[in-house]
Write a protein that binds this ligand. Structure first.
Ligand SMILES: *Cc1c(COP(=O)(O)O)cnc(C)c1O
Length: 419
């Protein structure tokens, strides 16, 4: 039996309708930006394997560090024990985070990092007042914060969450700010502030919601309003963290900094599953109490897994050692040039870039995730040696920072050929 046949007998793939599905491509090896399949074809991974692979695949430095750590300590319960990689990573990361962050709480992925943030913010108010007086969450329409129930609740009510709508908790949804709507949004916040515990937002770019971008000065204004009511600001930088948007963190584009930040995806260079939720001392102090009921009762079997923390440390070192922000700057420039070129093409709209991210919509069918043009584009691009996976009719690239000049031009040319 081939790998595909074996797969089709036992595997259920994510975000994939199982009926009449395309055969998955058996990948046997990755190197740099490239993925190699069983048949010997190679593909440029232009979306960093769901936005995680920032240094390229199978990076030898991360692999070596993981091997050494695996021989030393692979896992240990993190309640009552600690270890070097977890502490070293927190020490490394806290000083560079955008804001006054004091503590790191580890979990397993992006969804858990936002779940932790929401629970941390809601219980903050409960710990302060002894009652659930302030427990509503403010979030953006069109947002995506993950697939677990809390994360789904604060995400857009979309096809992703349709089956669960009556089970999701109530959230105050607002549009992302524009010059036209900001005053109305501010009014909504003023009205309901007393009941709002926290505001969760994807700074500057809404990822899974269709790579929708909005302006930093408008977000800054909005954050100032939110903060004037003492609402806890949770920046979900699961996608935007570690250089994606041109700065180490997207929150650096704003004056107003978050109180809690969520990180995953690029955190380990895309090699291991790990989530970080960092908070300020103000949040943390609400949990330091003689009253045992004011404990943060949350944790996972693999909280602060030493291998995952080691991968994150190695990835962080590579960011500095390989001057990744310079590479990001170069990709940013190339994307801008390519965006100009795209302006000459008919049949597409909303061409936009931010850092290493470039996106546009194809004028074909409806502007929605279920738009079938996605499958066609993925297929055609694969035939030309590029892996992209449009969100409906939203075509985008989000390459690893190690992409070469030649590879990047190949990606652009392939997109032009498709158009
Ligand atoms: C991907 C993503 C998540 C969820 O992360 P997972 O690791 O897939 O659970 C949350 N927030 C944002 C902004 C994301 O892009």
């Amino acid at each position: 039996m081939t790998l595909i046949e074996r797969d089709q007998k036992v595997i259920w793939h994510p975000f994939t309708q199982q009926k009449n599905r395309q055969s998955p491509i058996p990948i046997v090896k990755g190197k740099g930006t490239l993925l190699f399949d069983e048949a010997g074809n190679q593909y440029i991974d232009a979306v960093s394997s769901w936005w995680v692979t920032i240094h390229g695949h199978a990076h030898p430095y991360i692999a070596e560090r993981l091997y050494q750590q695996a021989l030393q300590l692979e896992q240990v319960i993190f309640a009552g024990f600690t270890h070097e990689p977890a502490v070293a990573l927190a020490e490394k990361i806290l000083p560079v985070l955008p804001g006054n962050f004091a503590r790191v709480f580890y979990s397993d992925n992006g969804s858990t990092s936002t779940e932790v943030a929401l629970k941390m913010a809601i219980q903050y108010w409960w710990n302060q007042t002894g009652q659930p007086s302030r427990n509503k969450i403010l979030a953006f329409n069109n947002s995506y914060h993950g697939d677990t129930f809390g994360a789904m609740s604060v995400s857009d009510r979309s096809v992703f969450t349709l089956a669960f709508h009556n089970l999701l908790f109530e959230v105050i949804f607002i549009d992302t700010p524009t010059a036209e709507n900001i005053a109305a949004i501010q009014a909504t916040i003023h009205e309901q502030a007393g009941s709002i515990a926290a505001f969760i937002y994807e700074p500057l770019v809404q990822g899974a919601g269709g790579i929708k971008m909005y302006e930093n000065h408008l977000l800054d204004t909005l954050l100032a309003t939110v903060k004037s009511h003492d609402i806890i600001c949770i920046a979900d930088e699961v996608m935007t963290g570690f250089g994606r948007t041109g700065k180490l963190f997207a929150s650096e584009y704003m004056e107003e900094k978050p109180d809690i930040i969520c990180l995953s995806k690029g955190l380990t260079g895309g090699t291991m599953a790990l989530g970080v939720t960092a908070c300020t001392d103000r949040i943390y102090q609400a949990y330091v109490n003689d009253d045992k009921l004011k404990t943060f009762f949350h944790g996972h079997s693999f909280t602060a897994n030493p291998l995952a923390c080691t991968a994150a440390l190695a990835s962080f070192e590579l960011l500095e050692r390989d001057h990744c922000l310079q590479k990001v700057e170069w990709i940013t420039g190339e994307n801008k040039l390519f965006a100009k070129k795209l302006e000459n093409y008919t049949g597409i709209k909303n061409i936009r870039t931010l850092g290493t991210i470039l996106a546009f919509e194809i004028n074909e069918g409806r502007d929605e995730y279920l738009n079938n043009v996605s499958v066609i584009i993925t297929q055609k691009a694969l035939q030309q040696g590029i892996y992209i996976r449009p969100l409906g009719n939203t075509v985008y690239i989000m390459p690893p920072y190690c992409i070469t000049h030649e590879e990047l031009q190949t990606v652009y040319q392939t997109i032009l050929n498709l158009l």
